[in-house]
Design a protein around this ligand. Sequence first.
Ligand code: EPZ
Length: 416
Amino acid sequence: MDKLLIEGGVPLAGEIAISGAKNAALPLLCAALLTREPVTFTNVPKLNDVGTMLKLLAQMGVKVAREADSVTLEASGLDNPVAPYELVKTMRASILVLGPLVARCGEAKVSLPGGCAIGARPVDQHIKGLTEMGAAVAVEHGYVHARTTRLKGARLFTDMVTVTGTENLMMAACLADGETVIENAAREPEVVDLANCLVAMGARVSGAGSDVIRIQGVASLHGTTHRIMPDRIETGTYLCAAAVTGGNIRLTGTSASYLDAVIDKLMDAGCEVIQERSAISLKAPPRLTAVSLRTSPYPAFPTDMQAQFMALNAVADGTAVIRETIFENRYMHAVELIRLGADIRIDGNTAVVRGVAKLDGATVMATDLRASASLVIAGLVAQGETLIERIYHLDRGYENLGQKLGALGARVRRVK
Ligand code: EPZ
């Protein structure tokens, strides 16, 4: 298994381009199941999760053509509405094929995703919504079996804000008979990106980005070409890396408009952030100030940036209190940061981080995608060498991370 060797202490400087958003690409690729016509996506990030999703769609009978950063999918030959455990267990976002398959084929057999490092990750809201739309759904032998003649529009209310739950139900509703209203809908920008693509395919969706989304079902959808939005979490991750190393960087092909809560915290920590139309720059202060935070659904502070800010607070001046309200076990990175010399105490969903003068390089282990990013950030500022094991987690969600950090002056290399 590959490892990442980082020599800390180099202030990041320079400019890199941000890739397409993983959490927009994954639902968007599934939207292609809703039509027989070809759908082309551009700005598709080269990520393992995207590769897994394309493999999953191909084994269903979807034609996949990939060149450079664009992917064309054609689901006219869709003849196997099954998502097998072998693929789903490696990527829980596979559940996003459930809604489109039921809507398009009237049936679906999708393996339950199972938990992952950060929590149980149930899909009960996805199932509840489809059932309310008239699907007969049974969960047996680890699979969700759903069947219907045609879904019927319904008024849906999710018990909690769920991003992929909202996306699954929105896609299913596009081909249902009548109007569907999703209340308590997720407001994430990736939900809006998906809605924009569905509308371009002929769907009738309004309200995406608010907590009430209305969908008027139509008989069928047609193809389109859609450019995937930039990755706001990748953007936030590099901003944190520049902040902790006393750096000065510019990120292009991205936008600050989806990162208000994160930028607020970076400015509270003492960073200077300059926002342009499709670029964002950050100049770090000589010493960061600790910033407390609480994760919540968009537009509040994103849970996917919590681990990165724990690394930032580890070397900031003062004490930060972090509250993780979305996932029940998203502090796996804390013990690894402590190995690097961080002073962190976890109490339930609260982490108290006392800034220390310096971190010391060590061998640490990645446990999940954003925890790995947190260790990279810490390694960039730690004195000496940090060796991060199990970096396949990183490859799931960060395109060319080593090259991009190298372009910013970091001393990073992959070792076997
Ligand atoms: C999406 O996951 C993202 N993944 C996650 O990013 C992100 O952390 C999360 O939203 C929260 O923003 C993708 O978009 C592919 P949820 P998702 O359903 O949709 C509970 C990353 O690092 N819940 O919004 O799976 C759930 O357990 C990943 O890129 C139920 O109880 O998250 C959690 O506590 C990690 N039942 C909360 O709701 C359900 O049916 C929010 O989960 C669904 C969710």
